[in-house]
Design a protein around this ligand. Structure first.
Ligand code: ASP
Length: 429
């Protein structure tokens, strides 16, 4: 790990803890409003990170495809990445189901919390965003259809990351087959990538300040109030996420042959950024540079596996969705049999794939899970109050899962699979 990034990670850590303490002081002294004066700094930080996402995803996935050199290598990496996403997401949901059935956080909470749901209900914004569930088949079809851009420029303009990824993969493969004609585009993408990475480093300089302010804002607004009544539910989610993170850490440590502590330290910048921004997408530029620079993962692996992972591989969200759905059922006194729990298992995984990598997305896709087993959508109102806090934890696990995925896929790729672009299929006219 380089000295500069060690210093950066330390600063981010201090900023986060200081922000947390100051936020709580503002909350408990009744000066929460003061946080809103600082908030614009945090908003500027997040917008700067988002500014880099689309050019970075487009150019890095394109270049990764091009550099991989052959469709076979791409297929090999793609299969490994998707296999990893699939296994770890399923495991995360499974862990969530085990803990929620063991701890039973919603049992006996009925009356009190249902009244609260009635009072708070869903905010108007939520009510607009939460759509009625469409069933398993339709959900799968929708996820697939929505991944295909009908207009790549529109996908870029609206920051629809998955669609940009699909376009970049296909465009990169085409370039593989016609390197002569594609040369100007390749060199454009090459400089776009180098420039956006440089820009990321510049934006990262602001990370400690941005994170400091974001933490103050979150803590000053949330405080402990909501946490108390939902503490058992929160504990269930956080314990589940913790266990999953430990497992991920051991996998990374085994593949890299480095101590878990080294891995945590090396990844502290993206993990703390994920925690304070609650957005895997906003964290992506930092995740990409860190994994390459601190853990020595091959650039082409990181460039392909991380953007895809940030968009579709969300272990934390999947785990949280399964716990939340069963918690809601418990509060309403609805007994879910094993068949229904299996449906939750599948829909929670799908809902996590479909969730955008932005704050609160997991809460919105909860409607897929609830609807699939006939639970009341209004149940989301029960967990609304603490969602912002849980989002921080689940996003951190989402980003950690992506980093570990990159380590695993990279360690499974044979050196010979990375072409030096000499023996490329050439179908140039
Ligand atoms: N905020 C999460 C992420 O960006 C998604 C979620 O809401 O679960 O990874």
């Amino acid at each position: 790990m380089q000295e500069a990034s060690k210093k950066e990670a330390k600063l981010i850590g201090i900023a986060m803890i200081a922000g947390l303490i100051i936020g709580l002081i503002l909350y408990s002294t009744g000066y929460s409003d003061l946080a809103s004066y600082l908030k614009p700094i945090g908003t500027i930080f997040i917008r700067l990170l988002k500014m880099v996402i689309i050019p970075l995803v487009l150019s890095s996935i394109f270049m990764a495809m091009y550099n991989l050199g052959t469709p076979e290598a791409l297929g090999s990496m793609g299969r490994k990445a998707v296999g990893y996403y699939f296994v770890t997401t399923a495991f995360a949901v499974f862990l969530g189901l085990i803990f929620v059935n063991l701890i039973n956080p919603g049992v006996g909470m009925g009356a009190a919390l249902q009244d609260k749901a009635g009072l708070d209900g869903l905010s108007e914004v939520m009510a607009q965003k939460v759509t009625q569930s469409k069933g398993l088949y339709q959900t799968i079809i929708d996820v697939l259809i929505n991944a295909i851009p009908s207009n790549p420029f529109e996908a870029m303009a609206t920051s629809t990351v998955l669609q940009v990824i699909v376009f970049a993969i296909m465009f990169g493969i085409v370039a593989l087959y016609m390197p002569k004609k594609a040369a100007p585009v390749v060199s454009f993408m090459e400089s776009l990538e180098a420039m956006t990475l440089k820009l990321t480093h510049v934006v990262m300089k602001l990370a400690p300040l941005g994170i400091f302010v974001l933490m103050i804002d979150i803590m000053a607004k949330t405080g402990f109030g909501a946490i108390e009544s939902l503490s058992k539910y929160m504990a269930t989610v956080i314990i589940g996420l913790g266990c999953h993170a430990i497992l991920l850490m051991f996998i990374a440590s085994w593949r890299l042959k480095k101590s878990p502590l080294f891995i945590l330290k090396s990844l502290s910048a993206p993990l703390l950024t994920a925690f304070s921004t609650s957005s895997s997408a906003a964290t992506l530029p930092i995740t990409m540079t860190t994994v390459e620079e601190n853990l020595g993962v091959r650039k082409d692996t990181a460039k392909f596996v991380l953007p895809l992972g940030a968009t579709i591989n969300m272990d934390g969200t999947a785990l949280y969705e399964s716990v939340a759905a069963i918690f809601i059922a418990q509060v309403y006194g609805i007994n879910l049999d094993i068949g229904q729990q299996i449906v939750i298992f599948m829909t929670a995984s799908l809902a996590a794939i479909g969730a955008a990598a932005i704050p609160g997305a997991g809460l919105i896709t909860m409607s897929i899970v609830l609807g699939a087993v006939g639970l009341p959508i209004e149940g989301i109102g029960l967990i609304l109050a603490v969602d912002r806090i849980l989002d921080m934890f689940r996003t951190t696990v989402n980003v950690f899962g992506d980093c570990v995925g990159t380590i695993v896929v990279d360690s499974m790729m044979d050196k010979s699979e990375f072409s030096d672009r000499v023996d490329k299929p050439v179908i140039d006219g």
